[in-house]
Design a protein around this ligand. Structure first.
Ligand SMILES: [Zn+2]
Length: 347
């Protein structure tokens, strides 16, 4: 599976970020989630071919999520597309369809299905299941999830031991069918490993925090890996830091940012955004751009797996923060005043 972020801003785009749209390459297919203005041009910067898109899932009908549709559909028509395109979306999608068909001289020679949906299973195959879920916005809005159905591992050695000839019988057993070998029935569970969870991808456009979204995204058995502690004070803060391997402050804008200093004081290697104020005075931590999630993930991984790096940041981090004292800052400010007064007196 591959996720391609074509646009990650909301209604207000910027030079770097387009209106919402995400492409998913999976199961030999390309699916698009939302289609903000400029989506088709964003695709030119990627390896996503608009002609290969089979389905478009629209989260809701606010302009920033759909204004790219008329242009994209028109381009597909110009490229002589013949394959059907299916567009799913919440209640009201049919009005968008009418608007697109009545817009200028738009004409499409390939079949397009516009399907209004609510909370439901949209499609289920042997390989995957696609669900939609109503979420909370000021207009009808949907989240989508695509879940891979992963087959249990096929225990080849065990199959050979049971006398099953290497060949099509392996595939049939892996697909859950019984086979007969020398008058003996072999059941799939005899040659299959533990059940495995496939990848699940959940996409929501705009929503307020809601239980439904949490449920849709959290059926992965990873809830115990996330802690949302809420507001913490005093001792709790230091206890949490001491339980942590890495501290990350990925802030877009932070006038100063005292929390990495607290983490470093507790000996927790820290990663901070270059855009935070404290990045100007801290050196014994890792700095990344706030938008560079790959660099952040690399840094987290390196700290957790490279003992030398972990120790260096831990020990040097404590030293660096211990050097930052009110007294030293006070003395520097006083020096500035003294120099200014001296210069003033000279005139
Ligand atoms: Zn919206």
């Amino acid at each position: 599976m591959e996720i391609i972020f074509l646009g990650t801003s909301s209604a207000v785009h910027s030079k770097e970020r387009n209106h919402p749209s995400i492409a998913l390459k999976a199961f030999g297919d390309v699916m698009l989630f939302d289609c903000g203005e400029g989506t088709q041009r964003q695709m030119l910067h990627t390896k996503v071919s608009p002609m290969k898109i089979s389905r478009i899932f629209i989260s809701h009908l606010h302009g920033d999520h759909i204004l790219g549709l008329p242009g994209l559909l028109q381009s597909l028509g110009l490229q002589d597309r013949e394959e059907k395109l299916t567009i799913y979306g919440p209640r009201g999608l049919s009005k968008v369809k009418d608007a697109i068909y009545n817009f200028g001289y738009c004409k499409f020679d390939f079949p397009i299905d516009f399907i209004e949906i609510g909370t439901e299973i949209i499609e289920e195959t042997d390989e995957y299941i696609i669900r939609s879920q109503s979420v909370r916005h000021n207009v009808p809005s949907l989240a989508y999830s695509i879940e891979e159905k992963k087959k249990p591992r096929f225990l080849r050695e065990k199959a050979i031991e049971l006398g099953i000839p290497v060949g099509p019988a392996f595939g049939r057993l892996h697909n859950g069918e019984e086979v007969e070998v020398n008058g003996k029935i072999i059941k799939p569970e005899q040659v299959l490993g533990e059940p495995r969870k496939g990848i699940k991808i959940t996409y929501s456009g705009d929503t307020r925090p809601c239980e439904e979204m949490i449920e849709l995204a959290a059926q992965r058995g990873i809830a115990d890996k996330f802690h949302f502690p809420g507001f913490m004070k005093g001792k709790q803060v230091y206890e949490t830091f001491r339980d942590s391997d890495v501290y990350v402050m990925p802030s877009v804008s932070e006038p100063f940012g005292i929390s990495p200093l607290e983490a470093m004081q507790c000996g927790v290697p820290s990663i901070i955004s270059k855009q935070s104020g404290c990045a100007e005075i801290l050196d014994k931590c890792i700095k990344t751009d706030y938008w560079d999630i790959h660099a952040m993930a690399d840094a987290m991984y390196s700290i957790c797996t490279n003992e030398g790096l972990y120790e260096y940041l831990k020990v040097e981090g404590i030293k660096e923060v211990d050097e930052i004292t009110w007294e030293k800052v006070g003395l520097r400010i006083r020096k500035c005043y003294d120099e200014t007064i001296e210069r003033f007196n000279k005139h």
